[in-house]
Design a protein around this ligand. Structure first.
Ligand SMILES: Cc1cc2nc3c(=O)[nH]c(=O)nc-3n(C[C@H](O)[C@H](O)[C@H](O)COP(=O)(O)OP(=O)(O)OC[C@H]3O[C@@H](n4cnc5c(N)ncnc54)[C@H](O)[C@@H]3O)c2cc1C
Length: 365
């Protein structure tokens, strides 16, 4: 397959979609990246980007990896505390001489670094994917604004609530993991010193983590176990997004103070979901990567990394394959066992630490 005559449409400008677009564009493919929002979503909070995620960026473009190593804080210590603040376990992170460290980094820094590597004319904003049609000769994506795109391959990178997924495996339900989650980023250099990742272990219906993001910033996550009401099933967040004070009071005073000092506009709230392993990752000329293909519980911090690994694998098979069908089948054969293991093991860790999964239909955002 000649890259220069292959037209690739990508739906979703999250980290998976932007990295795929820049990687394929550099290899000479004709790329169009479609995002429903008016701007790429550079909100979000801190991410633990594990070493294999940075390696996947380094293999695709070493400059991206070098830039991210400067934009966050290398993870140095993981400390597990009980809800009284007592330390149950503390582990120093150790890295081999040539090993890339895991990074504690703001999602915004990752996405902006990836966007800097992308020609702006490839990105089409306010383009909400609605449906797809395909023939043996090609694939057409239809958008809510009435426009359409025609090409050779369509890649769904549109996240956990993927619409493109309907063309690959219809009617997938998301599973509620049992937690309502608040995350925030706040100016604070003292609670989490250089490279620290602090976990308040699950107990009394809550769980919380804090980590240094470098540049004087701290990320925190606060999870409460809570049933969803009938009307909340499949929604992104509850109507009332305030943290219940009686739940916050279960944390020690110093940890609570970090959360309470965060400006409300820097806090995001969502119900936590994953999806079951999909029986296939492509159908004809449509293929899924990232959370659209394998959204998982954050318990093993594999989500973003798995999307970057998908990008490398898809680019590799596109370069090797002779037909689209053969290329996507090879991509699926390589990636499916790996992402299924990530999904199942992440869910297992969640369950062991007290969360449950309940299937639910997705509601429109
Ligand atoms: C609480 C929590 C903590 C996490 N912590 C970590 C962590 O520490 N480390 C880690 O590696 N991962 C973590 N993750 C997972 C990680 O955030 C995701 O795996 C990753 O961001 C997925 O990227 P993506 O590009 O595949 O999807 P997304 O980031 O969801 O991007 C999808 C994009 O598609 C767009 N889109 C959606 N629908 C359409 C449409 N119809 N048309 C056009 N565009 C559309 C959206 O606007 C969005 O821009 C965490 C997740 C959660 C929920």
């Amino acid at each position: 397959m000649h890259a220069s005559s292959c037209r690739v449409g990508i739906i979703g400008a999250g980290t998976s979609g932007v990295y795929l677009a820049s990687t394929l564009a550099r290899q000479g493919y004709q790329v169009d990246l479609f995002e429903r929002a008016a701007q790429p979503r550079t909100d979000g909070c801190g991410i633990l980007l594990i070493s294999s995620g940075l390696e996947a960026l380094q293999k695709g473009n070493p400059r991206l990896c070098d830039q991210l190593l400067k934009a966050g804080s290398p993870a140095k210590k993981f400390e597990f505390r009980n809800l009284r603040g007592g330390v149950a376990n503390s582990e120093q992170a150790t890295y081999g001489p040539n090993e890339i460290p895991a990074m504690l980094i703001h999602r915004r820094a990752i996405l902006e670094t990836l966007l800097d590597d992308l020609s702006p004319q490839l990105l089409h904003l306010n383009a909400e994917f609605a449906s797809v049609t395909q023939t043996e000769q090609g694939v057409t994506a239809h958008f809510k604004n009435g426009q359409s795109w025609e090409g050779d391959v369509l890649v769904g990178c549109d996240g956990i609530f993927s619409k493109v997924r309907d063309a690959v495996v219809p009617n997938i339900e998301v599973s509620y993991l049992g937690d309502l989650v608040w995350r925030g980023v706040v100016k604070d250099e003292t609670f989490c010193p250089d490279g620290d990742f602090i976990v308040y272990m699950r107990g009394r219906g809550i769980y919380s983590n804090f980590f240094d993001l470098g540049q004087g910033q701290t990320h925190w996550g606060f999870f409460i176990e809570r049933e969803q009401s009938e009307s909340e099933r499949g929604t992104h967040r509850p109507e009332d997004t305030a943290i219940p004070p009686q739940e916050l009071e279960k944390l020690p005073h110093d940890a609570r103070a970090v959360i309470e000092s965060t400006p409300p506009q820097d806090i995001v709230t969502n119900f936590s979901y994953d999806i079951d392993p999909l029986p296939q990752l492509h159908q004809g000329r449509v293929v899924l990567i990232g959370d659209a293909a394998h959204a998982k519980s954050p318990s093993r911090a594999r989500g973003m990394t798995a999307g970057f690994e998908d990008v490398l694998a898809l680019a590799h098979h596109l370069n090797q394959g002779t037909t689209i069908e053969q290329t996507l089948a090879q991509f699926q054969a390589e990636r499916m066992p790996i992402v299924h293991e990530y999904q199942l093991s992440s869910r297992e860790v969640s369950r062991k630490t007290g969360r449950t999964g309940k299937k639910t239909q997705v509601k429109a955002s």
